[in-house]
Design a protein around this ligand. Structure first.
Ligand code: NAP
Length: 330
């Protein structure tokens, strides 16, 4: 009999790829969500959908009882209480995997390592707050609940992705850069182009979640990110190669950007201090990541098929043109 997997979430981005990966690995899959987003698996015979709100304990309990899953992938645990309820409801599954985040790390170190790099603290106030500022603390508290549950015998694990990109990415962060490369010959990259913000290809995040559910050690956290990471300039070059186009990367320092009232932080995926996750622990479980060129080709192809343009992150092409003008006079 096939193993059964319950995916809490499953219809938008990471969860959607999780479902596909599980199907490719012969699981019977049930997704649990509220039905606010279109279900891409509506016509799929091997995917059952249970409707409910994970913040309503009765709904999740009913799903746990009706599905009796072998493994659970929890895509929508944003509050410590969500994880507390889940490790209790799924205390006897073979693997419960909580999607945490690289934002759970408090210390800026290169690389950030599981079990070594300090995690964020989480106050009672932060635990129920819904602002972006408390996201890292809430994710870290979820990790600690996973660790405690494992001490009580629950097969609970956590996976910490860095910035995730790829098909169906509703955050549109990479879409901004793809859109720039597809539409302009010259693209402004802040600073010297060498800044590093570790990214994770979404299909690799999906496989990581399954591999950890199957092979992970209860009470452990596993970082996930591209095995080989690239600088911002290399990322833009990868996009251009994947799109089979040419694009000149133009560096603009703080001074040149200031001429158009811009700063490096106005550019999405720019981060001053490098954010790099060590991925050795996950790789030791047999997980592998997709070659970057392939990951970017699939991301660009999906961008072209979608109506995403990343415009919500656009610092303004006019301002950028002004920066290019300043640089041309130097
Ligand atoms: N994207 C990144 O760069 C990144 C990085 C690190 C960590 N993460 C983590 O990845 C997870 C997000 O993944 P995703 O959004 O891509 O997953 P997803 O599973 O593809 O999409 C979210 C799903 O959750 C459902 N949902 C939302 N609230 C719900 C609720 N209260 N009860 C039941 N279902 C609910 C949504 O459908 P309905 O609205 O229809 O219910 C949707 O199916 C989060 O835990 C996030 O912290 C993301």
């Amino acid at each position: 009999m096939a193993d059964t997997a319950l995916v809490i979430g499953g219809t938008r981005f990471i969860g959607r790829h999780v479902v596909e990966d599980l199907l490719d690995h012969d699981y019977e899959v049930t997704i649990f969500n509220r039905g606010n987003h279109e279900n891409p698996f509506a016509d799929h015979d091997d995917v059952t959908r249970v409707e409910g709100d994970r913040r309503d304990d009765t709904d999740l309990k009913a799903a746990a009882l009706s599905v009796q899953p072998d493994i659970v992938i929890d895509c929508v645990a944003y509050y410590p209480e969500d994880v507390r309820v889940a490790v209790d409801l799924f205390s006897d599954v073979d693997g419960y995997v909580y999607i945490s985040s690289g934002s759970a790390y408090a210390a800026e170190e290169i690389p950030k390592r599981e079990g070594e790099t300090a995690l964020c603290d989480c106050t009672d106030e932060q635990a129920t707050d819904d602002s972006h500022a408390s996201y890292g603390p809430r994710k870290a508290e979820g990790d600690r609940i996973v660790f405690e549950a494992a001490e009580d015998g629950v097969n609970a694990m956590s996976v910490r992705p860095c910035i995730v990109y790829g098909p169906h990415d509703y955050t549109e962060r990479l879409d901004y850069w793809i859109d720039r490369v597809l539409n302009y010959d010259r693209v402004v990259v802040p600073g010297d182009g060498q800044n590093l913000w570790h990214r994770a290809y979404v299909e690799d995040v999906a496989s990581a979640l399954r591999v950890v559910a199957e092979e992970g050690e209860p009470g452990e956290a596993y970082n996930v990110g591209d095995r080989r990471l690239v600088t911002m300039e290399e990322m833009v070059d990868l996009v251009a190669d994947a799109a089979d186009t040419d694009c000149e990367v133009v560096h603009a320092g703080e001074h040149e950007l200031a001429a158009a009232e811009l700063s490096p932080d106005d550019f999405i995926l720019y981060r001053d201090y490098p954010h790099v996750l060590d991925t050795d622990k996950l790789a030791a479980l047999g997980w592998e990541s997709t070659p970057l060129a392939e990951a970017m080709e699939r991301s660009v192809a999906d961008h072209r098929d979608s109506d995403r343009d990343g415009s919500e992150h656009d610092p303004g092409r006019e301002a950028e043109e002004r920066v290019l003008g300043v640089l041309d006079t130097l």
